[in-house]
Design a protein around this ligand. Structure first.
Ligand code: DOR
Ligand code: ZN
Length: 361
């Protein structure tokens, strides 16, 4: 059986460099699932309502997250917004905030206060470069004229290249890569530019997203050749590519009822497990060779490369709780729904078989 060589494997806990943990009822439901996915370090997205644009908001949010699950390291970010100035960047750095996330206006969930014009933020980017803070890019152009959800990422790539040229030392993460073109562009850039890859973009193509609201996200899953390029990048051993789940919970009703489908795939409780499943399907379909998916590939993609890029703030903590996970093949099952008395969310691939995961130390 494919990848049965990993049955019972023990790995360092994963780091997930792109999570949406929300606030309020959904936060209370989702934060306890982080460790179920084998993860002990998360980079937290700031697109709350209202978005996190101040140091105080980021720190109070971090306190709420920590009180729900103290055995996770939370790396915090700010939402790029006209109210953010170079002075904000200096105080954010001093407060331990790690990066700033840029959402193009209107492309996805809670992006109404996003960026319309990158040039107006050049002084902020210059200060971030100086302070060695990370810029996280949602790399899509808003649909407009001849730009559609299918071309939105590719059409953004010239902006990435331009920002990289202007700020060559600014560390940039292009989030949730979804195209072969984006993989190639990240490869073309210098070592300060890297990309995260989600478990669902390693699994899905556009047909899945069109037929199933629980597979709809931004950027939308693209073509077979794009998914295959992502599988190859994730297993290439190139440290420019590492895991960020973009787990994005929405209440079940926001995915089914209503007049507009919310974008986002919820993967948090099975984050690590889904990546193994995606690699396995990649081997079964002949895109990957079984010998290319090694223990080292798993350790690198699921944690080491991201931790190295993010640096000291994200290093695996020494001895202690939550350092090592064990995976057992085919012994886990994705829940039909994750729910509390106040809210609910449907996980990706509900009801399907996956790996069982436990923390062993
Ligand atoms: O599908 C998505 N959902 N993409 C994003 O960029 C945001 C996310 C969310 O917050 O729901
Ligand atoms: Zn996201």
């Amino acid at each position: 059986m494919t990848l049965s060589k990993f049955d019972g494997i023990e790995l360092p806990a994963s780091a997930d460099f792109h999570v949406h943990l929300r606030d309020g009822d959904m936060m209370e439901l989702v934060v306890p699932t982080i460790r179920q996915g084998g993860v002990n370090t998360v980079y937290v997205m700031p697109n709350l309502v209202p978005p996190i644009t101040t140091v105080e908001h980021a720190l109070s949010y971090k306190t709420r997250l920590q009180s729900l699950e103290p055995n996770v390291t939370y790396l915090m970010s700010l939402y790029l917004h006209p109210s953010i100035t170079p002075e904000t960047i200096i105080s954010a750095k001093a407060a331990g905030i790690v990066g700033v996330k840029s959402y193009p206006a209107g492309v996805t969930t809670n992006s109404d206060s996003g960026v319309l014009d990158y040039a107006s933020f050049y002084p902020v980017f210059a200060e971030m470069e100086k302070q060695d803070m990370i810029l996280n890019l949602h790399g899509e152009c808003p649909s407009h004229g001849d730009i559609t959800v299918m071309s939105a990422e590719e059409r953004f790539l010239p902006t990435l290249l331009d920002l990289h040229k202007r700020f060559p030392k600014l560390r940039i993460v292009v989030e949730h890569l979804s195209t072969a073109a984006a993989v190639e562009t990240v490869l073309k850039c210098g070592p300060t530019v890297v990309g995260t890859i989600t478990a669902h973009h390693l699994s899905l193509i556009v047909d899945n997203a069109l037929g199933d609201p629980f597979c709809f996200c931004k950027p939308v899953a693209k073509l077979v050749e794009d998914r295959n390029a992502l599988l190859k990048a994730a297993t290439s051993g190139n440290k420019k590519f590492f895991f960020g789940s973009d787990s994005a919970p929405h209440p079940r009703g926001a995915k089914r009822g209503g007049d507009k489908i919310a974008a986002g795939v919820f993967t948090q409780p099975y984050a690590t497990q889904y990546v193994l499943d995606a690699f396995e399907t990649g081997v079964e379909s002949g895109v990957l060779r079984e010998e290319d998916v090694t223990r080292e590939v798993l350790e690198n993609f699921l944690g080491r490369f991201g931790r190295e890029f993010y640096g000291d703030v994200a290093r695996q903590r020494g001895e202690g709780k939550g350092q090592v996970i064990r995976l057992s093949k085919g012994k886990g099952k994705v829940a039909e729904i994750v729910q509390s008395e106040k809210t609910d969310v449907v996980p990706f691939r509900k009801g399907e078989v996956t790996w069982e995961l436990e923390f062993i130390s």
